[in-house]
Write a protein that binds this ligand. Structure first.
Ligand code: PLP
Length: 384
């Protein structure tokens, strides 16, 4: 059978590989996936059940239920004071992933370039390639809190540059972009007529009163921005597959056209669940409190282990651990740790060449597992 070059070119991610390998072991501590262990809040589940009982189990409009788009528009207005027309400037998608894919598919011609700061979520690179584009990776470093140097971005811009993908809070580092950087990136994008694809999927998970700065805080940026978000992380709804994009109408109408041909619409019961989630009265503070305790326990534990160090992430539920002093490459470290102590982590190299010498730990498991994971990692380092 013939498999296309495009399909063959995409390799499974190391995250999945480690996750799949972890399943082969009994008694494993799995720190690989960014899938929170909290249950979806009951009220959200009830609203989906009600919708299904009422027969709301069909297709919806391709761009999503008008009521849901209105609520999303209201949420953006309440948070950013920027108005998006629910009918023409918002599309509901199958998770943020499909929003990202549709955005890139509708913007890129073969050979168009997309700037992606590293450390990056590997799906960005794959999606750009799947859409015929060329990812242009710009490295950033721990010494600068993994915030990309704006001059490196400026120097990377060519006449083929179509977009830049920014993710704050960032997976895998937990970095949150500061105001100056965000404003300067927006100015650069506007000046060079580049679209900013702004992935804010983790913006509800912020620690230590960290201020979240959105691209929408920059003046007159709406025509150059695509805002991507979803229910997945905030409401622990990864399996419901609801995301959205807010963008200029010309882009949204094209994304809607492609959506019709790809999935028709996001699953309808999930859209009703999302209406309940975005309505605004779901308490998710207990999740943030839980992540805060886990973060503190994990980072303190890691920093107490010889040869490892880790900065406190400002957002997300990921810790990016520096393993350079062990002398092991990140892949080797991850495989050996899994084999010898049954602890699964993601090798830094997954997130770009500049991330060699790091591993990512997702603290999406309870505190007991975090304590046990730390005990095992300590043992692993002692036995090296
Ligand atoms: N963006 C980032 C940075 C992510 O890490 C993830 C998932 O891990 C997503 C988007 C996808 O979210 P969704 O479940 O809404 O498709």
């Amino acid at each position: 059978m013939k498999i296309s070059k495009a399909a063959r070119r995409i390799q499974p991610s190391l995250t999945r590989r480690l996750f799949d390998m972890a399943k082969e072991y009994d008694n494993v501590i799995d720190f690989t996936l960014g899938d929170p262990d909290y249950k979806t809040p009951k009220k959200i589940i009830e609203s989906a059940k009600r919708a299904m009982d009422e027969g709301k189990t069909k297709y919806s409009a391709n761009a999503g239920l008008p009521e849901l788009r209105s609520i999303i528009s209201d949420c953006i207005y309440n948070e950013n004071k920027v108005k998006y027309d629910p009918q023409s400037e918002i599309i509901v998608t199958v998770g943020a992933m499909e929003a990202l894919y549709l955005t890139l598919f509708c913007m890129l011609d073969p050979g168009d370039q997309v700037i992606i700061p590293a450390p990056y979520w590997i799906n960005y690179v794959h999606m750009v390639q799947m859409c015929g584009g060329v990812p242009i990776i710009i490295d950033s470093y721990e010494s600068n809190n993994f915030i990309v140097d704006i001059n490196d971005i400026k120097n990377a811009i060519t006449e083929k540059t179509t977009a830049i993908i920014l993710n704050s809070p960032n997976n895998p580092t937990g970095t949150v972009y500061d105001k100056n950087t965000v404003l300067e990136l927006c100015e650069t994008a506007k000046k060079n007529d580049i679209m900013i694809v702004w992935d804010e999927c983790y913006k509800s998970i912020l620690y230590d009163d960290t201020e979240f700065v959105s691209v929408l805080d920059a003046p007159d940026v709406k025509s150059h921005a695509v805002i991507i978000n979803s229910c997945s992380k905030k409401f622990s709804m990864t399996g419901w597959r609801i995301g959205y994009a807010a963008a200029p109408s010309e882009l949204v109408s094209n994304m809607t056209k492609i959506q019709e041909n790809l999935v028709a619409c996001a699953p309808l019961p999930s859209q009703y669940a999302a209406i309940e989630a975005f309505r605004g009265d779901i308490d998710t503070k207990y999740m943030l409190d839980g992540f805060t305790k886990r973060r503190n326990k994990l980072v303190e534990g890691i920093n107490g282990i010889n040869k490892l160090s880790c900065k406190y992430p400002k957002g997300t539920f990921y810790a990016f651990v520096n393993i350079k002093r062990t002398g092991l490459g990140s892949e080797k470290f991850a495989y050996r740790l899994l084999e010898s102590q049954q602890v699964a982590v993601v090798p830094g190299i997954t997130y770009g060449d500049c991330c060699e010498g790091f591993i990512r730990i997702a603290y999406t498991v309870d505190e007991d597992k975090i304590e046990e994971g730390i005990r095992r990692i300590r043992r692993f380092i002692q036995e090296l």
